[in-house]
Design a binder for this molecule. Structure first.
Ligand code: 2AM
Ligand code: CA
Length: 266
């Protein structure tokens, strides 16, 4: 089978993405070191925050991609979308876990995905605080700093950790039911505030699953590819909400996927 890595055009973009995400991580970390002096703006609610750090890091990533691949599309959380004529579109979240970042918590990351032909071809998630770079290539596996990743294929629900996320008032009752169900099943719920990092941790076998009812493509495409390439169950977000839609994100280790999905009510 032809992997995305051997598809003409993808290898060069993967090398560029690795370089660019490193620059972006360093830039973001510089802002994080003085997080409490950044002025914070709100978006859809008082809890939906953004700062100059998000915008500057996205601008840096866009400028680098634009310079290297001027015909590629660009789609990012803070600056919206620009069209493509090459068949490739980059999907960027400059800082996923912005609320953690702006409260001085280390749970945030930089996310870059490449989409082509209706599927995610590569996904990169950099955790600048640990220095870990998670990387997936469609058909070519999931990796972290040279180590092949695999989901935890043996632990049952009552032996592992599940990450959840939620960001709107409307999700309260549903999340309450999920937490109750998980605890009744002997499971443990976690929330780290970054959907992308949660998905990377499912791929690495730290969490058994992740669910959040409403996310965007930039939050989840890279992480879903990581989970799929690490042998997990990961929903196809592009076939559902798509590049510009919002919708639920589900990923889990195979042996718990059915039971965990039932608990989410999806
Ligand atoms: P962000 O940090 O880039 O904003 C936390 O629950 C997850 O949901 C994070 O990945 C976060 O991404 C995202 N998120 C935060 N506020 C949101 C909102 N109002 N709508 C959708 N997603 C949101
Ligand atoms: Ca995000």
């Amino acid at each position: 089978m032809q992997t995305a890595e051997t598809t003409p055009g993808v290898a060069g973009r993967l090398a560029a993405a690795r370089r660019i995400i490193g620059l972006a991580g360093d830039w973001a970390k510089g802002y994080f070191d003085r997080y409490d002096s950044l002025s914070v703006e709100t978006k859809s609610s008082r809890q939906d925050v953004v700062s100059i750090a998000d915008r500057d890091v996205e601008d840096l990533i866009r400028a680098e991609i634009r310079a290297a691949f001027p015909l590629d599309g660009l789609f990012g959380e803070e600056r919206g979308g620009e069209g493509e004529t090459s068949g490739y579109t980059w999907v960027v979240d400059p800082i996923d876990g912005t609320a953690c970042f702006l409260h001085g918590l280390a749970s945030w990351c930089v996310v870059i995905a490449l989409v082509g032909d209706g599927r995610t071809l590569i996904g990169l998630i950099l955790d600048p605080m640990s220095g870990r770079l998670y990387q997936a290539i469609a058909g070519g596996g999931a990796w972290c700093d040279g180590r092949r990743l695999s989901v935890d294929r043996t632990t049952p629900i009552n032996g592992g950790l599940f990450a959840l996320g939620a960001s709107t008032v409307a999700q309260g009752a549903q999340m309450g039911r999920i937490v109750e169900g998980l605890l009744n099943a002997g499971g443990v719920f976690m929330r780290n505030g970054s959907a992308a990092l949660s998905l990377a941790h499912v791929a690495a076998g730290h969490y058994l699953g992740f669910y959040e009812p409403r996310l965007s493509s930039w939050d989840c495409l890279a992480g879903l590819l990581l989970v799929e390439e690490a042998g997990g169950v990961a929903d196809d977000f592009l076939a559902g909400p798509g590049l510009s839609g919002k919708g639920p994100v589900f990923a889990a280790a195979p042996q718990v996927a059915g039971a965990f999905r039932a608990l989410t009510g999806e």
